[in-house]
Design a protein around this ligand. Structure first.
Ligand SMILES: [Zn+2]
Length: 501
């Protein structure tokens, strides 16, 4: 039999006290203080996205304002005649108006007229206008007149999702509250309270999924929860919620992480096949994928503290995020956000999705340009510091290697190069200078040639090795090893220059 007294969860569990309001602590404190100090403004504006508690707060405040037996904490008693009339929507002193359907100047004129009538003794005449931004310009101007000189016991509470559409002259006459989106843990807490009250068993991950899907709107979360409780009479698991919401299993997404780690590209087709064969919505899946990579990025960069997830799920993310470097997380997030637009415009969404997932897996081997540039710079630096790269000014400006390297083993593959004439040393003297600067360095009588002793050029020559005294002249002899080293890197052009000389 149909239960005629059945109320949906959002109505049944609507806050009846300030302390039951979820996630709007600042607004609640300010309103209660206004009651405490008797400083109630004549107009309030509650702004915020849908389902965050704008009209709930306005109604509670109206109730508390007119309550005859307020409790110590300035909460409405919910027992007195005024409270009960407001709860049942039959109060003559608290009038709720939908701004979307009563938006004309005549509607506002009617408000202005009735506002002049006195309320019941000890009470205020309160107008709660929802979606106030829908009023026409003329209606706003008519309202403005009343707001400028409000009747003594009249109060106006406005609610809107689009405060920028409200005339600035109205805005400046209201005390404004911007109500933020409600956090996931706060929503899950409220849902678990409702589940306990209804004697239903719900998995924490299922609650989290509902809260996440509601996107900060408690009323949406409650409506969704209502729907899912009707979906099954058994325990509400995460799987049940995913089925009800048309989402794929979390395990499939963690399997994608493993495929990424193993560069298993064939998994791309497998995953897309799963999405299609189960009849899930493609774009829901894509949103899920973006959320998944976001959670991986948060786990990678902020660790456990950043994840607003049930403990079990958070542990899985902390494990899976190890497959990704922080730069890879960032790249994938950017890539998916760009790819979302491509997918929306695609005439063949399935193939587009396959290509996107394929690229996702293959991006494991991708190196960002900045990393490549840095690596090149490091390599260049390393080569220069070992004198392995000839400088552009060619051979005669390349400093001689340190003394101890002169006898380094020569690579066999490189042909010895004759000493060019510019380096004025005859072969017999070359023998005499190795291995150390001893008296033998001086030209010896047995040499048929004269060794030419050259003073080091301060602009070209490197600083003297520590072991050499400045008095010992440097013989600009090029050892075999020096030429071998140079020739390993010398270009054909350089070689040509040598031969020409
Ligand atoms: Zn009361």
């Amino acid at each position: 039999m149909l239960d005629t007294k059945y109320q949906v969860i959002a109505r049944r569990y609507r806050p009846r006290l300030f302390r039951e309001v979820v996630g709007q602590e600042a607004a609640v404190t300010t309103l209660k203080n206004a009651l405490r100090f008797g400083k109630v403004a004549h107009a309030y504006l509650f702004c915020g996205s849908r389902g965050v508690g704008k009209t709930t707060l306005a109604r509670l405040f109206a109730k508390a304002l007119n309550c005859q037996e307020k409790t110590e904490g300035f909460e409405p008693c919910n027992q007195c005649a005024s409270c009960q009339e407001i709860s049942s929507g039959q109060s003559l002193d608290v009038i709720e108006i939908d701004g979307a359907s009563n938006r004309g100047i005549d509607d506002v004129r009617q408000i202005n007229e009735t506002a002049c009538y006195s309320p019941s003794p000890g009470r205020y005449k309160i107008y709660i206008i929802d979606e106030v931004h829908m009023l026409t310009k003329e209606a706003f101007n008519a309202l403005l007149k009343t707001l400028e000189e409000p009747p003594e016991r009249a109060k106006f509470f406005f609610a809107t999702t689009e405060p920028h559409k409200v005339l600035p002259t109205i805005l400046s006459r209201c005390q404004r509250f911007d109500l933020g989106r409600i956090q996931i843990p706060q929503i899950t807490h409220k849902l678990s309270q409702i589940a306990t009250d209804l004697h239903r068993i719900v998995e924490p991950e299922a609650l989290h999924l509902i809260a996440h899907f509601a996107d900060g709107a408690l009323r949406d979360a409650e409506s969704l929860f209502d729907r899912i409780l009707c979906f099954t009479e058994e325990t509400v698991t995460a799987e049940v919620v995913r089925n009800a919401l048309g989402l794929i299993s979390q395990e499939s997404l963690f399997a994608l992480d493993t495929a990424f780690a193993n560069a298993n590209t064939s998994f791309a087709f497998e995953l897309v096949e799963t999405v299609f064969s189960s009849g899930k919505d493609l774009f829901h899946f894509f949103e899920q994928l973006i959320d998944h990579v976001r959670s991986l990025s948060v786990a990678r960069l902020r660790g456990e503290n950043g994840l607003q997830l049930p403990t079990d799920l958070a542990a899985k993310y902390l494990q899976a995020c190890k497959f990704y470097a922080p730069t890879q997380c960032l790249y994938l997030l950017e890539y998916l956000l760009r790819a979302e637009q491509t997918l929306q415009k695609s005439s063949n969404p399935r193939t587009s999705l396959e290509a996107i997932v394929l690229h996702y897996i293959q991006s494991r081997h991708r190196l960002p340009v900045e990393v490549l540039v840095r690596r090149l710079a490091e390599l260049e630096q390393a080569l220069l510091s070992k004198e392995l790269v000839p400088t552009p000014k060619a051979l005669d400006q390349i400093p001689a290697p340190p003394v101890q390297e002169r006898d380094a083993p020569t690579p066999k593959t490189i042909e010895p190069i004759p000493v060019p004439p510019r380096v004025a040393v005859s072969p017999p003297v070359q023998k005499a200078i190795a291995p150390s600067p001893t008296p033998e360095l001086k030209p010896t009588p047995f040499s048929p040639f004269k060794a030419q002793v050259i003073k080091p050029d301060p602009l070209v020559a490197p600083p003297l090795p520590q072991s050499l005294s400045p008095d010992v002249p440097i013989i600009a002899a090029a050892s075999q090893s020096r030429y071998d080293t140079l020739m390993r890197f010398a270009s054909v052009e350089l070689e040509g220059t040598l031969k020409k000389d």
